[in-house]
Write a protein that binds this ligand. Structure first.
Ligand SMILES: [Zn+2]
Length: 346
């Protein structure tokens, strides 16, 4: 009898251990945000985006310098100054051309992590190097300290109750900046708060075709979000839906000024995607992106401005220290004029 009991107890104990082991194994599957959030440098292989804006990663990333002739990057501790070379070169160009338009300089918010992927905090998108946030606050005419860049609070342009733009803060210069960004062919969408879209609808004169790309969305009251399309060579990049035809100043905008979009979520405690996504949730290529060699230094893959951009060779670099040779800086006068590309590219 005693032996039977002892055996039963042992079996029960083993069963509990087995359950625990399963639990440990399940917990041992690391979250993708932890793996991607700890990357200090990009994958030094050809520039490619994999997956979708909210579920993917990218290789061949380059950084925008913390300071340029016409920009300063904010929240430096997050290490989110990385993007596909086309995105980073575009920000550099926007900073220069906006300065010609009279904008004092860009304050740059988050772009992507060095290899993209889900983030430990913040954004659901920004995962494939093709999204960038730019503050509506003009750059001050002095260099901000690291501390200020970390803690300076951004100014909301929108009254949080009425969802309308605060008129004393909004200027024609803000409109010119959005127009400049929306006019680039690479840019597919610019997300702004509905109040800002409404203001543009009411006040933009002349050519208004650029309004089509400026889309209303929650948040985006102290910064706007620039999204470019999947780039040539990124066959694993899933394109977003095309923007609807027209200026978007119609019923679809009026909806944002009803009660419906601002109702509390039915399930506020539902876990966020980043808190459950493991590597299995991402395209298989993201494992290679995670394991790829890094460039020799951050400086070697950083865009500093003055029209000097970084181009990335189309062939993947070898997985050796010479991987950085995939990146070359080219002077402005050698950059070819961009050719039109099909808008239905995958
Ligand atoms: Zn954003």
């Amino acid at each position: 009898m005693m032996i039977f009991l002892a055996n039963a107890a042992r079996a029960a104990a083993l069963a509990i251990l087995a359950v625990l082991a399963c639990g440990i194994a399940a917990n041992a599957e690391p979250l993708a945000k932890t793996l991607f959030g700890s990357q200090a440098l990009p994958a030094a292989t050809a520039a490619k985006s994999y997956g979708f804006y909210s579920k993917g990663c990218f290789s061949g990333g380059v950084a925008i310098a913390t300071d340029g002739p016409n920009w300063q990057a904010m929240r430096l501790s997050r290490n989110r100054r990385w993007g596909h070379p086309t995105m980073i070169n575009l920000i550099e160009k926007l900073s220069r051309e906006a300065a010609q338009d009279g904008w004092p300089g860009l304050l740059l918010g988050d772009i992507s992590q060095p290899r993209g992927g889900p983030m430990l905090t913040g954004h659901a998108s920004h995962q494939i190097g093709l999204d960038a946030d730019i503050w509506f606050t003009p750059m001050p005419d002095r260099k901000l300290s690291v501390n200020e860049r970390e803690n300076m609070s951004a100014t909301s342009m929108v009254n949080e109750k009425t969802h309308l733009v605060i008129d004393r803060l909004w200027t024609k210069a803000h409109e010119r900046l959005l127009k400049r960004a929306a006019t680039y062919p690479e840019v597919e969408r610019i997300l702004v708060n509905p109040g800002i879209k409404k203001k543009l609808c009411e006040t933009a004169t002349g050519d208004r075709s650029w309004l089509r790309k400026v889309r209303p969305f929650w948040g985006h009251d102290y910064h706007f979000h620039v999204r470019i399309g999947c780039q040539p060579g990124s066959v694993g990049c899933r394109a977003q839906d095309a923007v609807p035809a027209g200026e978007g100043c119609d019923k679809s905008l009026a909806w944002w000024f009803t009660e419906e979009p601002w109702r509390k979520s039915g399930n506020p405690d539902a876990p966020k995607a980043r808190d459950v996504m493991t590597m299995k949730s991402l395209p298989p290529a993201c494992r290679e992106v995670l394991n790829a060699p890094a460039p020799v230094s951050e400086a070697a893959v950083t865009v500093r401005g003055g029209g000097r951009t970084i181009s990335v060779a189309s062939a993947p670099a070898p997985a050796t220290a010479s991987a950085v040779s995939a990146f070359t800086e080219i002077p402005l006068h050698l950059i070819p004029i961009p050719m039109a590309r099909p808008t239905d590219a995958q």
